[in-house]
Design a protein. Sequence first.
Length: 133
Amino acid sequence: MNNLGNWSAGDLDAENVSAGSGSKLAAAWHRHLGCVGCPNTLLLVYQDSNGKLQLMNATATGWEYYALSANPIPGSGLALTLLWDYTLMSSLRLYYQINTGHLTDQGWYSAAQYQNLKSTYLRRDGTLYELLS
């Protein structure tokens, strides 16, 4: 068996955060070498004891906390990913399951990116379309 070296405790334990029973975790590093506006932070999403999704953002100055508007089923699987396109602007996508049993997702752009994208047309699958109106 290969030795993975020595692991040590990180700073998350000092935050005293508790996820709800059955909560899953999703994490993403919000950075890409060519990305304009990527904040270079570590993101962690989990369900709290009320089943609401919470996002923790590990910044250079410490952890920041955000409640998300998503309404997943209790214990839903979670996936969080960074997307970027040829404009070199990034967004985040969170995937989860809702009470109908269907999978769904929510996307996020920074406020500055949202303003830039409101009138930007992007090519996806060979079709031009207005991303946000």
